[in-house]
Design a protein around this ligand. Structure first.
Ligand code: FPP
Ligand code: MG
Length: 339
């Protein structure tokens, strides 16, 4: 069984070392610090932090940091700062999801109640901020201004992507491929790219190596977001562990909608449905069917594939080793994931 098949065969809601075999032990250490050390150090907030962190995330972003750190280390090993970087990267991601679920009114995340459903909206706002603060503490521990600047920009990008998305809901006039891709870079690819390039910076790598890993992370992140947008149409709430069809229902128009609107046979009918703002569930389901029938789902997958290919090309300067193999394999995983 290949690593990829093995990863897919296991329960996707659990963290799976098989996917990142070359850094499995190191990732276990990051997992332990996130789910045990962090809650234990959070005093009265321990229970809430544990609830948020023990949520079976894929830990893709810290794995990217660890793999990129090993790939660019002359000794093929990690420094303590790489572990801090991996941890803070996951903290930022988790914090943004706590806020995102509140904004999206999503009642579940990774198969469990979302933070605001369990603890209330006020707690969710502050807990998201608290996790960002925890990430900032760790960022300071790196003593590296270049990385501080990169992650400060990531936080600004996350907010920008989220606000732009909210402002453009149900707006077909501002919907363009460029706007969609820019938003995907801000919301998702920016953190992926920070995770990969900063690991190389910690290893004091030359600018072209840092740039190669920046572009690898950015392209992989765009592909990841496109597949995420595709799964909103093709998967179910049960399989995803979060509400399916949520983007469409909220007027967040992603790659499948963009392709469908380019199809003259579909676009008129689809626009009419969109103008209802899906106040009736029936209209939403009709729109889903229309989008799914136009062959756009296959096109969307193909689009994600082009970004994975770009990401893979960025790894050309690196010698073959198990870390590069896992980074290449991640491209397959991003395309093959079903939840
Ligand atoms: C998931 O999007 C959300 C993000 C990738 C980023 C969300 C960012 C924020 C809420 C801003 C963060 C705030 C600060 C202070 C930095 P999605 O809704 O498309 O994905 P989903 O389907 O998994 O919910
Ligand atoms: Mg959401």
């Amino acid at each position: 069984v290949s690593q990829l098949q093995e990863a897919q065969n296991t329960d996707n809601t659990l963290y799976k070392p098989a996917l990142f075999g070359s850094v499995a032990a190191q990732l276990q250490e990051v997992e332990r610090s996130l789910t045990q050390d962090l809650p234990a150090a959070c005093g009265p907030l321990a229970d809430i932090v544990r609830f948020i962190m023990l949520n079976g995330g894929k830990r893709l972003r810290p794995a990217l940091t660890l793999l990129s750190g090993c790939l660019t280390s002359p000794s093929l090993s990690l420094s303590p700062k790489h572990y801090i970087l991996a941890q803070l990267t996951e903290l930022i991601h988790t914090a943004s999801l706590v806020h995102d679920d509140l904004l999206d009114e999503a009642d579940s995340r990774r198969g469990q109640e979302s933070c605001h459903m369990k603890w209330g909206s006020k707690v969710a706002v502050i807990m998201g901020d608290f996790l960002f603060a925890q990430a900032s503490v760790r960022l300071g521990e790196l003593n590296n201004t270049e990385i501080v600047k990169i992650y400060a920009k990531v936080l600004a990008d996350l907010c920008t992507g989220e606000v732009v998305q909210a402002q453009h809901r149900f707006n077909l006039e501002t919907l363009t491929w460029q706007a969609y891709l820019n938003k995907s870079v801000s919301k998702t690819a920016s953190l992926f790219a920070a995770a990969t390039m900063s690991a190389a910076i910690l290893n004091e790598q030359p600018a072209e190596i840092v740039q190669a890993l920046f572009l690898y992370g950015q392209n992989l992140g765009i592909a990841f977001q496109i597949v995420d947008d595709l799964l909103d149409f093709t998967s179910t709430t049960e399989a995803l562990g979060k509400p399916a069809l949520g983007d469409l229902a909220q007027g967040v128009f992603t790659a499948p909608v963009l392709y469908a609107l380019e199809d003259t046979l579909v676009s008129v009918g689809l626009k009419e449905l969109i103008y209802t703002r899906f106040t009736e569930k029936e209209t939403l389901l009709k729109a889903k069917e229309l989008i799914s029938s136009a062959g756009v789902l296959a096109k969307t997958h193909e689009l994600a594939n082009t970004y994975v290919l770009k990401a893979i090309q960025c790894l050309a300067p690196f010698e073959d080793n198990p870390f590069k193999k896992d980074l290449l394999l991640l491209g397959d995983y991003v395309l093959a994931r079903t939840k």
